[in-house]
Design a protein around this ligand. Sequence first.
Ligand code: SF4
Length: 375
Amino acid sequence: MAGIYLHIPFCKQKCHYCNFFSIASLKQKPDFLAALKREIAVQKDYLKDENVQTIYLGGGTPSMLDKEELNSIFDELYKHYNIHPQAEITLEGNPDDLSKEKLKMLSQTAVNRLSIGIQSFFDDDLTYLNRVHSADHAKIVINNALNAGFENLTIDLIYGIPTLTDDKWHQNINYFLQTGLKHLSAYALTVEPRTPLAHLIGKGKLRAVDEQQSARQFEILMQRIEDEGFIHYEISNFAKANHYSKHNSLYWLGGNYLGLGPSAHSFNGHSRQWNVSHLTKYINEAGQAESVFEKEELTLDQRYDEYVMTSLRTSWGCDLAHIQNAFGERYSHYCLSQAQAFIGEEKIEQRDNRLFLTQKGKLFADGIAATLFMD
Ligand code: SF4
């Protein structure tokens, strides 16, 4: 099983917190699309004719592409790759792009799953984040997407926004539950260096993010949403049974994937490569053998670390038998011995020769994984 990720690097305006590679201008869109199609063709052997079961258009804002542009990308993908007839094909979109007409147009393409960046159902939170859309419009778009036939629909919410009180966070969760959607991605607001958010907080123009508020709101979410029958299948992802994101699950289960477009990453089990995060360079170089990406062969230690980091964040847990088979006994012993202190603190639970983060442990996921790292 393999997946393809396509990075569409255009946005209407930059959100304050964003550190993804994207630009707020469509001037280079035609040149980008031509370059992307060249890269699709040149990289056709990367997945070695593996069956492609998931395609994900992320960004940036892929919903800024029109039907002809999307179909021309899909034509090129279907020409060069072995794509499963029932492949999950996800498109990320923002509410401000998803008019009724656009949703109808999307339903006439290969896209069969939508991921909408809602972030909050309150205008003051959206203003803090510098999102383009309004809270009312976000609600309308979810209904319109369902009416357009996108039953496989997920939204993103953000907690820990300084303007988001616990009461408002409860209301956001309530609203999500009322929609009847079966998948939610929820992220803590993080202040990445060199973002407008970091700059504005530094200047005292925006309120600082409070880690305790984030931790509290994450706990509220875990409690409330699991009570409603959702499975917390990855640290930031919640779904009803059989509604997991296949594409993201592929990342977390160590599957192979090809990333296309500027800044996109690829992984084939033993090496990792990443494309240049610069649109003009990407346009000039895509399709010319290896010039557009950098590549790193992973050591055994790095592959073990990657497995620990991703698996521990999931409901499948970190499998000690897999570690023993894939990396050797030294690694499985090391992993278990490093985990002992967390087992004692009830942050990790050991079951069926696997390690799982408890609810308490999920609040410290990154730090715990780092302690289990070899490298
Ligand atoms: S829409 Fe997404 S990619 Fe674009 S600026 Fe906002 S957070 Fe970044």
